[in-house]
Design a protein around this ligand. Structure first.
Ligand SMILES: *[C@@H]1O[C@H](CO)[C@@H](O)[C@H](O)[C@H]1NC(C)=O
Ligand SMILES: *[C@@H]1O[C@H](CO)[C@@H](O)[C@H](O)[C@H]1NC(C)=O
Ligand SMILES: *[C@@H]1O[C@H](CO)[C@@H](O)[C@H](O)[C@H]1NC(C)=O
Length: 622
């Protein structure tokens, strides 16, 4: 344990030394034990005056006779921080400690304060209330901003409580949050609270410490145990030059959001020797893969080069997530070799995620992974070869073979079984996160094999959603409407993508715009013209009842309200005829956010025990 003041002094000396000797990245450094009016020009503020009683008032204070409700505000340091320099160049690490005080003006108070790192200095319009001055309903996911929120109001189902700290990326929903009450901190107690944000660019980690002045006395905090620890590479989320400071808001409930002191220090992390870094990466990957219970085979780069005639274009099978796929011949056996694009930012992480996830999964409707190779900065995965390629070829493009209705039905069932296995059938729940026809492979019998686990992330069943499932990912057209608000993958977002897939397989066409195919099919269904949506290439050769049932199932999966979508278990039961197709309204319901559980579903949910529905209902985490 390191005393807080001595900790600051040591780091400060270090930073000054580094900053004198070089560069521009990460040399922002300042310290305000308190604020006076003479310091005002050092800041950019959305309100005036903002320095009152030796402190920064982030939202307007009560000195002026204005209505304090529904206000938001921002105060930023007037020089930018250089976070990084060139995509593979140097990066800045920083730490910032500040003392803030939230005085609830009403009981309870609201809404909270945030430490922000942002591309845009200006306060968004209509960012009061739940938006904390961070984003508003239109800038969500559009502007580059990372916020550490100190939230004093539970404004929606995503908020854990009215006294928590959270890390938010371009959004007001936290990728991770922590209630503070168990740590002896009451944000809206009107007492001074010390917070420290430490960002380590090398380990790509942001740590948050919060101490109540009451329990932590003079801020002698414990820097061994952060309250929040989030894996985050800011250089992938933010531009090179960013503003740092605070934002805050009030709602119908109001409070004073005051910052009393603020230290900020940053320093440069130099790029490591590339060759050494590569060797370290190789070793790390090798160790991680070898530690798997069913480790796939390791191949040499030369073997795979020979197998694919040096990645000859003539051997190209297509483009998968994160890279090209080639056909290869290894020991007289046909294989598919995926070459991961080197310039994908998280190449190494995606590679490991895919290998780790898929190695632990065994199901006849999943593509089999044979082996892997990581050498000379080349990342390669070797899969079982699928003679019939991917499904998109058959439904969107002119293929010699027209998929018969029976085959289409079989493919839908196969994908449903694979997804049910991922969601409910294996030790750890896996979300696929990118279900779409180009990720469905067809074997020689046209059985569906779900592939491309690059985006898959494992989450422990019965455990709260792992934060990494919240990085938004997927393909437009297959993304559930709520994912634009929550930025996270859930069982329901997989079901939504599967619903779109069902409709595409039936209709033989692509979504023309965002929700094109869903709207189009829904309209036809409303007019009782399901027959009109079925692929014309089938020449009417399909079972009417079965088609109707499947279309309704597809629409149910695409229900705008995630809680109304069926679980994969139910989907399978409908497909096997054990259950009737879910009844869907004739008109597509409007998308509402936040979504609520209908009384009928609530009853249903209550009647099902634990596991299966916990993740479905758990939308925790702003
Ligand atoms: C803030 O202003 C005071 C003068 O009132 C000055 O002494 C102090 O150095 C200033 N702080 C910084 C960090 O510039
Ligand atoms: C959100 O803020 C931006 C920037 O200030 C503004 O252009 C936009 O109109 C705001 N949206 C709403 C709903 O007020
Ligand atoms: C936090 O402090 C406020 C103001 O004193 C008080 O109303 C509230 O009950 C406290 N919350 C908890 C959980 O103790």
């Amino acid at each position: 344990m390191l005393g807080f003041m001595s900790f600051l002094r040591v780091l400060k000396l270090l930073i000054i030394l580094i900053c004198i000797s070089i560069v521009h990245v990460g040399c922002l450094d300042f310290s305000y034990p308190s604020f006076s009016n003479e310091n005002a020009s050092d800041f950019i503020s959305s309100n005036f005056p903002f320095i009152i009683k030796n402190a920064i008032q982030v939202t307007p204070d009560n000195a002026r006779e204005i209505d304090m409700r529904r206000r938001s505000g921002r105060v930023l340091y007037n020089q930018k921080l250089k976070l990084w320099d060139g995509p593979r160049g140097t990066k800045a690490s920083f730490y910032s400690t500040f003392v803030f005080n939230i005085n609830p003006w009403t009981s309870p108070g609201g809404e909270g304060l945030a430490f922000i790192i942002t591309e845009d200095s200006s306060l968004p319009n209509n960012s009061a209330g739940q938006w904390l001055g961070v984003v508003n309903s239109t800038t969500v996911n559009l502007l580059n901003i990372v916020a550490i929120e100190f939230d004093t109001k539970k404004s929606d189902s995503e908020d854990i409580d009215d006294n928590h700290v959270g890390v938010n990326i371009k959004s007001i929903y936290s990728i991770k949050q922590e209630p503070l009450i168990g740590h002896g901190v009451n944000l809206s107690s009107g007492e001074d609270i010390t917070a420290s944000i430490q960002y380590d660019a090398k380990s790509e980690k942001i740590s948050v410490f919060v101490f109540s002045t009451r329990t932590g006395e003079t801020g002698e905090g414990n820097f061994d145990n952060p309250l929040l620890n989030v894996h985050l590479d800011l250089s992938t989320q933010l531009p090179a030059d960013v503003w740092v400071g605070f934002s805050a808001s009030t709602g119908e409930n109001t409070e004073l959001n005051v910052v009393k002191s603020w230290n900020f220090s940053s320093f440069e992390i130099r790029r490591r020797n590339r060759k050494k870094q590569m060797e370290e990466d190789e070793l790390e990957i090798e160790q991680e893969i070898q530690s798997l219970s069913t480790a796939p085979q390791k191949f040499r780069l030369q073997e795979l080069k020979d197998a694919t005639r040096d990645f000859n274009v003539a051997y190209k099978l297509g483009k998968g997530g994160f890279g090209m796929v080639y056909k290869g011949i290894l020991n007289n056996r046909e294989v598919a070799v995926k070459r991961i694009l080197k310039n994908t930012r998280h190449g190494k992480q995606d590679f490991l995620a895919e290998v780790t996830t898929i190695s632990n999964l065994h199901h006849r409707n999943l593509v089999k992974l044979f082996g892997w190779c990581y050498e000379s900065n080349e990342l390669l995965l070797v899969y079982e070869f699928m003679p019939n390629g991917s499904l998109d070829k058959f439904i969107f493009r002119e293929a010699d073979t027209i998929l018969s209705w029976e085959r289409r039905h079989g493919i839908i069932c196969g994908v449903a079984r694979a997804l049910d296995y991922l969601h409910n059938g294996c030790e750890r729940r896996v979300l696929h996160r990118d279900v779409k026809p180009s990720n469905i492979m067809l074997d020689s019998e046209f059985n569906a094999r779900l592939g491309d686990f690059g985006l898959a992330r494992t989450i422990q069943v019965n455990e709260k959603a792992h934060y990494s499932t919240k990085e938004i990912a997927g393909t437009p057209g297959y993304m559930a409407p709520e994912s634009f608000h929550t930025r996270k993958a859930t069982v329901e977002t997989d079901v939504y993508a599967f619903g779109v897939l069902i409709l595409e397989v039936v209709c033989g066409r692509k979504p023309e715009n965002e929700h094109g195919i869903v709207d189009w099919v829904w309209e036809n269904y409303g007019m009782e013209r399901i027959g009109d949506v079925v692929d014309v290439r089938l020449n009417g050769d399909f079972k009417k009842g079965e088609t109707e049932c499947i279309v309704m199932l597809g629409l149910a999966c695409c229900h705008p309200n995630p809680y109304e979508r069926p679980l994969m278990r139910t989907v399978l039961q409908v497909l096997t005829g054990e259950a009737a197709a879910p009844v869907v309204p004739k008109e597509k319901p409007a998308f509402m956010w936040p979504a609520t559980l209908s009384p009928i579903r609530q009853e249903f949910a209550a009647s099902i025990s634990g596991g299966e529905l916990t993740t479905t209902l758990d939308l925790s985490g702003r």
